[in-house]
Design a protein around this ligand. Structure first.
Ligand code: COA
Length: 175
């Protein structure tokens, strides 16, 4: 569990599934991700949450529920670990009612600190569809540096999309 000024980042539990389905089920949230299905069918959230414990044990993924005292579960953030390369990929989503309050940035900063300080990572990278500049702002505000555009790198909703990639190195961290 990680605490920030406004957030508690904690493991997901089965009881979070209905809220995950409601928040991740919004087309606006799925739209700019590569992994959230749409429509978000019954049982998908339960299955996803059920993978977390084993993925953490295997040092494959660290996934946290983003929560506030007042609002409860508002989103998700995680690291896809590649410990052999001392790096991880950061990913996140925040429910639509909670956008533009700085929550993704606050959570990203906490996870990046966790990655460097507790997991011993050397590099944390992330990428976003170029048509999703809000996510690029989150990466910048969390201290990541733009590394380039991967042209037509992925397909979402049947269309080729460019990806902007960002990363931060342990040595670049302001202590
Ligand atoms: C991307 C996302 C996580 C941002 O979450 P958030 O909590 O609203 O992010 P923050 O409030 O910390 O920061 C958002 C920044 O983007 C800016 N922003 C919002 N819409 C924007 C737009 N259309 N163009 C440019 N910047 C935009 C905000 O102004 C803010 O920057 P600022 O602090 O400099 O003003 C959220 O929109 C989301 O979950 N989207 C759907 C899923 C997704 O795309 N996940 C990321 C995949 S890479």
């Amino acid at each position: 569990m990680l605490r920030t000024e406004r957030l508690i980042l904690r493991p997901f539990g089965r009881e979070d599934a209905p809220t995950v389905q409601r928040l991740a089920g919004a087309r606006e949230v799925a739209d700019t991700t590569l992994t959230i299905p749409h429509p978000y069918l019954d049982g998908v959230a339960e299955s996803w949450i059920a993978t977390h414990e084993e993925a953490w044990k295997q040092k494959d993924r660290a996934t946290f529920a983003v929560t506030t005292e007042a609002e409860g579960l508002i989103g998700a953030i995680g690291l896809h670990l590649r410990l052999g390369h001392q790096r991880a990929e950061l990913g996140y989503w925040i429910g639509l009612p909670f956008w533009n309050r700085g929550y993704a940035t606050e959570a990203a900063r906490a996870i990046i600190a966790f990655g460097f300080e507790s997991l011993g990572l050397n590099r944390i990278h992330a990428s976003h569809l170029t048509r999703n500049p809000a996510s690029g702002r989150v990466m910048e505000k969390a201290g990541m540096r733009f590394e380039g555009t991967l042209r037509q790198h992925v397909v979402r909703w049947g269309r080729l999309e460019d990806l902007n990639t960002y990363a931060v190195l342990r040595s670049e961290r302001a202590v």
